[in-house]
Design a binder for this molecule. Structure first.
Ligand SMILES: O=C(CO)[C@H](O)[C@H](O)COP(=O)(O)O
Length: 225
């Protein structure tokens, strides 16, 4: 089954001094989902924001909030993120300690459950939880910072995960260094949800965001049409 193409701008690359305006602008500019990168300074070497900041962003759009937890442990915080307005909550397979339990906890709270894997992680690590996920997020950079260079080594992994998914209703998302040059590569390999931070938020304001989103979407579409 082929899933709809989704462009999910990462708020990490926005101007944090005007977060509400940035969320609203990028939503009006054509974003399908809003990607929210949560970092703890422990699982990844950077700290971003937590559930209170997501709650503050929530009234600024009704788009899907796609929350990517780069935190360990994650279980103690899942409920807080669910209550903050998340629609999808993604945890890392590497965060542990019990991935299946974390995914079931997300679903029990009525949210879509996602699993993410780092560039060094083999897709076999998620083979046995495929029936408990709604989204798989393949990192095409080492998580922690925006603006890094896309790792082409991950393209083959995306292709293998797409085959593993088969007919299951699972979105296959890619995050890290996605732009007009790399979007066609990941779309052709089977990804349908593309996270882009610096490639969307370059420029200043709604009209430039709209052009950036449209350029990424057209480049991806051209590769799969
Ligand atoms: O998860 C992330 C960092 O860990 C970001 O979502 C990612 O880096 C997006 O930024 P860019 O498109 O600039 O690479």
């Amino acid at each position: 089954m082929s899933r709809d193409l989704v462009i999910a701008p990462s708020i990490l690359a926005s101007d944090f001094a005007k977060l509400g305006q940035e969320v609203s602008d990028v939503a009006k500019a054509g974003a399908d989902w809003i990607h929210l990168d949560v970092m703890d300074g422990h699982f990844v070497p950077n700290i971003s924001f937590g559930p209170d900041v997501i709650r503050a962003m929530r009234p600024h759009t009704d788009k899907v909030f796609d929350v990517h937890l780069m935190i360990a442990p994650c279980d103690p915080y899942i409920e807080a993120f669910a209550k903050s307005g998340a629609d999808i909550i993604t945890v890392h397979a590497e965060a542990g300690p019990h991935l299946h339990r974390s995914l079931m906890a997300i679903r029990a709270l009525g949210k879509k459950a996602g699993v993410s894997i780092n560039p060094a992680t083999n897709e076999s690590d998620i083979e046995y939880i495929l029936d408990t996920v709604d989204l798989i997020l393949v990192m095409t950079i080492n998580p922690g910072f925006g603006g890094q260079k896309f790792l082409p080594s991950q393209i083959e992994k995306i292709r293998r995960i797409k085959a593993m998914i088969g007919d299951r209703p699972i979105d296959l998302e890619v995050d890290g260094g996605v732009n007009v040059e790399t979007a066609p590569l990941v779309a052709e390999a089977g990804a349908n949800a593309l996270v882009a931070g610096s490639a969307v938020f370059k420029g200043d304001g709604l009209e430039e965001y709209r052009a950036n989103i449209e350029a990424i979407r057209s480049a991806a579409r051209a590769a799969i049409s």
